[in-house]
Design a binder for this molecule. Structure first.
Ligand code: SF4
Length: 237
């Protein structure tokens, strides 16, 4: 409480309570938290600073065939930084992958697609109405960008987070498989079972977790969904 110059920490009778509206995220409280219950996660870095870290691992990339993956959150939310980093990797001939939800302007993709070796493209729902209902936005732009990247010959892997009660039904998975089959350069589809990691993250950030309580899908369920995809889609058709 004494350390916080912004008066964001108060005693509520049982323990310290932080008012996140007042918090300026200066990190001073984390420096004096002897129990390390409070930590700063993440820090601002320049492209040059990130590249200095990346370049230290070049011998490992050469050995394993690996490279750099921009992930998130959504890396395109920081478009200029993402572009700068991708260009810097390209100059060093480091393999690049971009993990994106696709919700960005085509202009954004146009600028950076030349520096991306592999797109890891998230797709939750093909049905426009359901997409709007569960994500709050239309999927029109997402699908158009996906089609355009594929038409331009980019390597793409579709990544489908399987969320119980939202997109784990047969019709939805068949729609995704059918879309995948129509994309000329798709390398694969990955079905990713929903997990609870985000619940804890939201709680720590004091944010409401809006997804209704759901259990991760079973291995059997995932296998069943994979079987629905296989007859429709063959990689690199
Ligand atoms: S990080 Fe927030 S709560 Fe902690 S000292 Fe700074 S303003 Fe106060």
């Amino acid at each position: 409480m004494e350390t916080c110059e912004h008066g964001a920490i108060a005693w509520n009778g049982r323990g310290p309570l932080t008012d996140w509206e007042k918090c300026e995220q200066c990190g001073a409280c984390s420096e004096v938290c002897y129990a390390e219950a409070r930590q700063v996660v993440g820090r601002e870095m320049t492209v040059a600073q990130v590249m200095a870290e990346v370049e230290r691992d070049i011998p490992f990339y050469d050995e394993s065939g690996g490279g750099v993956t921009l992930s998130g959150g959504e890396p395109l939310a920081q478009r200029d930084f993402a572009l700068g980093l991708l260009k810097a990797c390209r100059e060093k001939e480091i393999h690049t992958a971009l993990d994106t939800c696709g919700f960005a302007s085509w202009d954004t993709f146009e600028r950076l697609r030349g520096c991306v070796d592999l797109f890891l493209y998230d797709l939750k729902l093909v049905d426009a109405e359901k997409h709007r209902q569960f994500t709050g936005v239309s999927n029109e732009r997402i699908l158009a960008n996906l089609q355009a990247l594929s038409q331009h010959g980019h390597r793409i892997i579709l990544r489908v987070p399987v969320i119980p009660g939202i997109n784990d039904d047969e019709e939805t998975i068949r729609q995704i498989a059918s879309l995948a089959a129509s994309l000329p350069h798709l390398e694969g589809i990955e079905l990713l079972p929903y997990h609870h990691i985000g619940v804890d993250k939201y709680a720590r950030l004091n944010k409401a977790y809006l997804l209704p309580a759901a259990q991760p899908p079973s291995d059997e369920k995932m296998a069943e969904l994979a079987r629905l995809i296989q007859p429709e889609f063959r990689p690199n058709q």
